[in-house]
Design a protein around this ligand. Structure first.
Ligand code: M6R
Length: 357
């Protein structure tokens, strides 16, 4: 059922605007308001700290989710890689609430944490694409991504659906806590869907950039600050897993503290710039790499763009920028892998779900 698509990954990238629209509908009640199982909402409101536990791309969605949750619900939130958390558990508060993010719902690293937290009696929610999956069955609550099956090993539509579900959840809890008077999420996610569509329609431009920047290099960097840093981590994972280019996602300001030593003539450095407060700093950091020979590219948001930027994403609610800025990075990875003659959907050494610890 790839249809006319050469690879599932491309199909799944293209499905993202539709997934956003469908999700908003799925989480709407008869009155057209966003709604989440009240038991989930009250359990979260009753907790003193949220722990997001996940691996790989789902962990990167969690980093964005932390920002959304803290901003809209005011509940302190931590994000942890599941393979670290279970055996090196930090000191927990009295009433922690666990959110497991897992496309497959079968990741063993995440499950071992859930088993331990169940033993301790802590409440948990699984955000997953697979109804009836192990994590879903073994946690107290489930929120589904409704993204349709994701076949390509490289996760794309699950990442954006995970962030959207966390955004919806955050707004509903924020409203319930009296922190949000005028809900905007339905509208904002609609704008996001349109912005995604604009970008997936720009494949030609992005394919061209992939061949110009990534066709022969052995290494690459994505840089950004704040939300853009979180996307840089995801963009780097996506590029390395299917192109086999050694790629680092890096906090733009941290480069100069050592890693900039790796920049040579021609090293691709891609900056993501969607946040006003740090845009100038990130551009400055990019300039520092260019002065050392880097082949630089800028992905910026409309309104913060400058002449010469390579990809300008449409303006969206800054809290949701990751949903949109990630799209060109997915396409860059796809075309880079394709041009290198790799099996895009089945990269070497990897499986779709990782069921060993
Ligand atoms: O099914 P999960 O979301 O729990 O999987 C977690 C990771 O294994 C997964 O996101 C992996 O990093 C992907 N291959 C990334 O594209």
């Amino acid at each position: 059922e790839k249809g006319t698509y050469p690879y599932y990954m491309l199909k799944e990238i293209d499905e993202q605007p539709a997934v956003m629209r469908k999700l908003v509908l799925k989480y709407q009640d008869e009155e057209g308001k966003l709604s989440i199982d009240p038991e989930i909402v009250s359990t979260m409101m009753n907790s003193d700290r949220i722990y997001i536990i996940a691996a790989g791309t789902s962990y990167h969605a969690g980093l964005v989710g932390k920002k959304l949750l803290e901003e809209m619900t005011n509940i302190p939130t931590e994000v942890h890689v599941s393979s670290e958390f279970g055996y090196h558990t930090p000191l927990l508060p009295e009433k922690p609430f666990f959110i497991f993010i897992s496309q497959s719902g079968e990741t063993a690293d995440s499950r071992q944490v859930l088993v331990k937290m169940n033993e301790l009696g802590h409440p948990s929610l699984t955000v997953t694409n697979v109804a009836g999956s192990t994590l879903s069955r073994e946690s107290n609550f489930t929120l589904l991504l409704n993204a349709g099956p994701e076949i390509a090993v490289a996760s794309t539509k699950a990442y954006t659906a995970q962030i959207a579900v966390l955004a919806i959840l955050s707004e509903v809890v924020g409203i319930e806590k009296g922190l949000i008077d005028e809900p905007t999420m339905i509208h904002d996610l609609g704008i996001v869907a349109n912005a995604m569509q604009t970008l997936v329609d720009e494949k030609d431009v992005i394919e061209e950039l992939a061949s110009e920047y990534l066709s022969i290099t052995r290494n690459a960097f994505y840089i950004g600050r704040g939300m853009d840093y979180h996307v840089a981590l995801e963009a780097a994972l996506k590029l390395k897993e299917i192109s086999y280019i050694q790629t680092e996602g890096f906090a733009a300001g941290e480069l100069k503290h050592g890693t900039i030593a790796l920049i040579e003539k021609g090293t691709p450095v891609i900056a993501i710039v969607t946040e006003q407060a740090v845009a100038g700093h990130t551009r400055g950091n990019l300039q520092e790499t260019r002065a050392r020979g880097a082949h630089t590219m800028v992905i910026s948001m409309d309104g913060l763009d400058r002449p010469g930027d390579h990809i300008v994403i449409p303006k969206v609610n800054p809290l949701l920028s990751a949903l949109v800025s990630v799209i060109p990075t997915q396409l860059l990875s796809y075309y880079c892998s394709l041009h290198r003659g790799n099996d895009v959907d089945k990269p070497r050494n990897l499986a779709k779900s990782v069921t060993v610890e």
